[in-house]
Design a protein around this ligand. Structure first.
Ligand SMILES: Cc1cc2nc3c(=O)[nH]c(=O)nc-3n(C[C@H](O)[C@H](O)[C@H](O)COP(=O)(O)O)c2cc1C
Length: 208
């Protein structure tokens, strides 16, 4: 087994992270630019935090090319809101395009060919091609550094959830219908169509 220190270049640690923590779900975050145009970007450092209140988190890093916050972060700190959209087999190529580093104010919905939908309570738009949308109010931001590759946690309280009826049965989201797509190392992506089921053991079964 090889052992590595983590005090070297951030790019080495980044490779350890994206190779080890897989598959990663992808939050496609939409925000509003200062001129009212739309911003959209995928983030695979993304997770659920709390069910009530309903809180999710994603982790933008300082942009390598400029040493600045990404546009998503600038917008969330100013507008205090965002929408989480989801990456699926039906939209992943467009979502990948939305990760392009455009100039601030250039609309990634237009660039990627995605359709903006009005939200109910936040100003940021939803992505029509995503079957689930979370309308979020910004809650907290924790920053771990100011240099390229340094990350932050941004949490949002999900105030409204929109789910396409076609991916639901008996009030639940069905994995095979959702067709979520995740991220791996390098240019690897994952489909979620190779799943298996296993009963969770009850306390009584574990003690036997
Ligand atoms: C699938 C995918 C996942 C990504 N995940 C992250 C991530 O977790 N954190 C991050 O800082 N950048 C991530 N990126 C890169 C951002 O999407 C990219 O820097 C984007 O230009 C940021 O846009 P913005 O400046 O409009 O916020 C990811 C890119 C792709 C394609």
């Amino acid at each position: 087994m090889k052992t590595f220190q983590t005090n070297g270049p951030f790019a080495d640690n980044y490779k350890f992270l994206i190779g080890s923590i897989i598959p990663r779900p992808i939050a496609v975050i939409s925000t509003r630019n200062i001129d009212g145009s739309n911003n959209l970007a995928p983030f695979s450092f993304f997770t659920a935090i709390s069910a009530q209140p309903m809180i999710v988190a994603f982790c933008p890093m300082i942009r390598t090319s400029t040493g600045e916050f990404k546009d998503t972060v600038r917008n969330i700190l100013r507008e205090k809101e965002f929408v989480v959209n989801f990456c699926t087999e039906n939209n992943y190529e467009k979502i990948n395009l939305a990760s392009t580093e455009l100039l601030y104010g250039q609309d990634e919905f237009i660039f990627a060919g995605l359709t903006p939908l009005d939200s109910n309570i936040v100003k940021a738009k939803r992505v029509k091609e995503s079957p689930i949308h979370f309308e979020c109010e910004f809650r907290d931001m924790l920053c771990y550094g100011k240099t390229p590759g340094s990350g932050s946690i941004i949490t949002g309280e999900v105030k409204l959830v929109h789910i396409e009826e076609s991916i639901m049965q008996d009030g639940k989201i069905i994995t095979d219908l959702f067709k979520a797509v995740g991220r791996g190392a390098g240019n690897d992506w994952f489909k979620t169509d190779s799943r298996f089921e296993m009963e969770r053991l009850t306390k009584a079964q574990i003690q036997k």
